[in-house]
Design a binder for this molecule. Structure first.
Ligand code: NDP
Length: 327
């Protein structure tokens, strides 16, 4: 028997989340069974734990869109008992039971062996948010980061914190956009050289093009903020769009694309092929300063999750929450 956060739906359609003891026979199909050590809390987890539950495909459900742990049994030659592995994406925690349990079972194709230089706790301090931040930085690099500061929108959140630390470690000037002025010292400690107030970027400007300011951008916010940023990019610079914490609409014009050659790059962490995932995890082990990562971490247990899921949806989480499923 092991502990799991089970989200169930009652006859009136209301969802309830509680830690329960369950048996291995309840785990879903998959070639590899993993003794989970750590998971995290991402924006999507908030949606899956909460009353809306829009992303959940089956009840009762174990959320947790990522986890890291040790292989217990494997019917696939690529993994053997004792191997350390990490999983992000593939709709785990949405359509397939996820990491908020002491055991998980998954397809071998969805896993990645933990690269040298990262332990399971560090891997989940990075988690889906940090993995996505790395994908965003790699996409900017592939298209060329221009001179001048790189903007990070939603900087104090999970994706933004890791993106800030990676970009600073790579030697870029980082301008961090935040709606929480009290996080300025934290963002500077991660390597941000400039703090930009959210209102400054959000104020309405009628002109579709402004001064060429940013050499690149990692955007976790979307909406009006992304629309404004597009008109502030340097000629030929790229915006890696990761999220929609500030809205799914995009009230923009085509002018920045036509007259400034701006690239809008969509980043999807969910369906990344194995080779890309391995490449990104190796880059994380190499390019993410681990002391900075440690300063982003807030520890949590399975029983903390219902409250934390609601906090992240309100934009109240700073940095990364690491869930020790055995605590
Ligand atoms: P967090 O909640 O940790 O961070 C989001 C940040 O966005 C907040 O901390 C806040 O930053 C800012 N923000 C929140 N609400 C608003 C608002 N109304 N207007 C402007 N800024 C706002 O979430 P994550 O970093 O984990 O995820 C960010 C987004 O990325 C989410 O939409 C998530 O679903 C998406 N995502 C996408 C992935 C992909 O594969 N494409 C993978 C992972 C996440 P501050 O306090 O600094 O202002």
């Amino acid at each position: 028997m092991f502990n799991a956060l089970i989200v169930s739906k009652d006859e009136e359609g209301k969802t309830h989340a509680a830690v329960e003891q369950i048996g291995e026979d309840r785990l879903p199909d998959g070639e590899v069974t993993v003794a989970v050590e750590y998971s995290t809390v991402n924006y999507k987890d908030g949606l899956c734990i909460g009353p809306g539950g829009g992303l959940v495909r089956n009840y009762p459900h174990v959320p947790g869109i990522d986890f890291a742990g040790t292989v217990e049994t494997s019917a696939d030659d690529r993994y053997k008992p004792g191997d350390k592995v990490v999983l992000t994406g593939w709709r785990v925690g949405e359509a397939h039971w996820g990491g908020y349990a002491q055991k998980a079972r998954a397809k071998a194709d969805w896993l990645v062996p933990l690269p040298d230089g990262l332990d399971t706790r560090q891997a989940m301090a990075v988690g889906t948010a940090g993995f996505t931040a790395m994908l965003a930085v790699m996409a900017l690099e592939d298209h060329g980061i221009k001179s001048g500061p790189v903007l990070v929108c939603g900087a104090a959140g999970g994706v933004g914190s890791v993106a800030t630390a990676i970009l600073a470690k790579l030697g870029h000037e980082v301008a961090a956009v935040t709606g929480r002025p009290e996080t300025a010292d934290y963002l500077k400690s991660l390597g941000a050289t400039q703090i930009v107030a959210r209102e400054e970027i959000n104020e309405t400007v009628k002109r579709p093009l402004e001064g060429e300011t940013w050499g690149g951008c990692v955007d976790a916010v979307g909406g009006a903020m992304l629309a404004r940023v597009l008109g502030q990019m340097q000629y030929g610079a790229s915006v890696a769009a990761v999220g929609l914490a500030g809205g799914a609409g995009l009230p923009a014009t085509v002018i920045p694309f036509l007259l400034r050659g701006v690239n809008l790059l969509g980043i999807d962490s969910v369906m990344q092929p194995y080779e890309n995932r391995l490449r990104a995890w190796k880059r994380i082990a190499k390019d993410l300063p681990m002391d900075k990562l440690e300063s982003m971490v807030h520890p949590a247990t399975l029983s903390d999750l219902p409250k934390l899921g609601s906090d992240i949806l309100k934009g109240q989480v700073k940095g990364r929450i690491v869930v020790d499923v055995n605590a």
